[in-house]
Structure formats: C-alpha cells, structure tokens
Design a protein around this ligand. Sequence first.
Ligand code: 5GP
Ligand code: MN
Length: 327
Amino acid sequence: MSSAFQSIAEAIHAAETIAILSHMRPDGDAIGSQLALMLSLRQLGKQVVAWNENGLPDSFRFLRYSELVTMPPPPAEARIFDLAIALDTATRQRLGTTLNAIRSAGYWINIDHHASNPGYGDLNYIDSSAPATGQIIYEFLQSQALPLTQETADALYVAISTDTGSFRYPNTRARTFEIAAHLISAGVNAGELARHLYDSYPKRRILLLGELLRNARFDAEDRVASLSLTRETKDRYQVKPEDIDGLIDSIRAVDTVAVAIFFEELKDGRIRISMRSKDDRIDVSRLCAEFGGGGHALAAGARARGSLGEVSARVLERVINEIGRSI
Ligand code: 5GP
Ligand code: MN
C-alpha cells in the first residue's frame, strides 16, 4: 500500500466531519469521484458533505444518491470541518464558492490527476498518469479494503468512462480496463451507464450544436477548428452548463483537426476557453496556461477577460502560430 494512501487514510480516520469538494462546472470525473468517496466515508460513519460551486448537473441525476452532491451553503452558514478533501481540481481557485462555505478546515487533502496542480493541500496526492481522479479514488478505496457497493462502483465507472472519452483517449491503460472489469463484476451495467452518459441529451443540445456547427471556424489548413457560443445564443436555447460539455468533440473529430477550441461568453464577462489536442506535439495545457488556465496536455481550459471577438482572435493567433512551429 502506498504510504501516501496510508497518510490519507489516517487523516480520514482522525476526522469526524469531512467536506469533499470539487471544481466549478463539474464533469463526470468530479461528480463520480465526489459521490464515490462520500458514500464510502459515510459507511465508515463519518459526517460528510460533497459540494461544488454549481451543484449536481441534471445529466448525472440518474446516479443513485447523486442528490447528496450539492451547491455549498451561503457564506453566512459557513461551517468548520476537521478535514477538507479537494478532488480533480487543478487549482485552489477552481474550488470557487465552496471555499466561502468552509469557515475553517483542520487539514486539507488534494487528490488530483492534473500535472499542473501546484499542490495546494497539506497533503497532496497528484498522479498525472491516472486517466481520471476516479481511478485514484478506486485505488485508494481498494487499498483500504473498503466495500465496493453498487452505487460506489457506478460512480467510479462514470468518473473513469467520462474522463477517458469512453475508454478512447490515449490515457486509457490496461489498468483502466482492469478497473472497469472489476467494477462491472461489482454490478455496474456498462451499457446502461453509457446510455445515460452518451445517449440521453436534451433536444436543445443538438439544436444548439447545429447552430454552432453552421458557424464553425477552420484555420491553419483546417488543423485548428473553433466554435463560439454567445450569451445571446445560450439564452435563446436556455442552455445549462452541462449541455455545453462535449460539444467540442464534434470538431475535434474532424480528420484534419489537431487542435479544437470552444469559446463561451460567461455571465461574469469573461470568456471560457476549452481546448483539445489530438497531437502529442501540441500541449494545450501549456497554451491555456498562457491565458491563465491549465489542465492536461490534450484537454485544457482557461477563463480570460475581454470580449468574445477579442479573446478568440488572441487565442486563435497564438494556437495557429504554435501549430506552424510544431507540426
Ligand atoms: P473542459 O475543457 O472540459 O472544461 O476542461 C478540460 C480540462 O481543463 C479539465 O481537466 C479542467 O480541469 C481543465 N480546465 C478547464 N478550465 C480550466 C481553467 O479555467 N483553469 C484551469 N487551471 N484548468 C481548467
Ligand atoms: Mn478529471
């Protein structure tokens, strides 16, 4: 058993009250990891909350007990915890408003798979070789011989399936399939979860995608593709944040494309940048870091100040330049 897992286990055993946090705009890895760890720690008799800035996206409501993952209470109701555990969150800042709901925490643990994570916890477990934080949580729960209930297995499967693009991205290893096989033995219905995750979108999402694709932009001999989503379009389609997740995959899937970019105008006036690379020579986490963000080599993001037009022009210029130098 790794000694880091042992230290995490000791901190958990010493704590009564535990807050499990994850990043704003949570994806499947964030929600699945939070839910799996929360359910396991509740079985140990701990008082556990699981918070992220946006709460539970509707798209993960099919997971049993997922309603236990919520938005944080307002700052006036901030609480004291023995232990806070951040999952899948590359920077402390991406914990967002959950931080205001924690008056203090005796100890901070930071468990993540982003190489760019600076290690903002008292104890940091960063494994950038893990394709999903859910895979680390699985290894941790196994190391502690914690029971793998059906609900925990489902949550972990969702985390790993979504962060590997349904076992397609290059981060998918033999170990990932071994874990998936074990989760299926524990009762996961892979077909049913895949249907919930990938074949159950609201109609507005496909209509929105149609409009975005009509206005898709291709640069650098079609090696760079980008989509831009304005606030006006979001309002018109009554878009929820989870509707936007994965839209970038449509342009990423074009044969010539090496870098796909999604620009989204946020309510706070900033622009959310989401990037995907299909080429090892283009590390989009480095490109996004230049705009104040980070992430993984092949999937990264940032939030930048400026108008949609300004930010997209600036980012596209930089990416096109990088493509010219590297490919
Ligand atoms: P997505 O494009 O799906 O929002 O995010 C892809 C990856 O980039 C995720 O692993 C996510 O953690 C990271 N990421 C997205 N937005 C930001 C950001 O604003 N800052 C940082 N540091 N990482 C981000
Ligand atoms: Mn992740």
